[in-house]
Design a protein around this ligand. Sequence first.
Ligand SMILES: [Zn+2]
Ligand SMILES: [Zn+2]
Length: 111
Amino acid sequence: MTLTEEQRRSFYNSMDWRNKREAIKARDHYECQQCRREGKVALDIYEPNKNGRKKIKLVVHHIKELEYNPDLALEDDNLETLCVECHNKIHDRHFSSRPSPKKLKWDDETW
Ligand SMILES: [Zn+2]
Ligand SMILES: [Zn+2]
């Protein structure tokens, strides 16, 4: 079973996902797990901008892609907090060997 783009979009808009995403970030102490593994300085995730709003630099990533593993969509073990840079790198790596070059930018968790 795979999910269509439409199904994934509605998943990322769901309250279940929003709640889970926040829970995972809290679990990971609002740090990029990949940066941690590489021994880099952990990033502050939230930076208040001029309006006092918070700018989110972290995404919660599906280790096994949602598209092919919808049953793992809300599994803690399949989710980790990443900064946008690491997230893009991870997806570039996964997708570089794929036959469809159209899908360049990865936009899943940032919806
Ligand atoms: Zn990172
Ligand atoms: Zn991802």
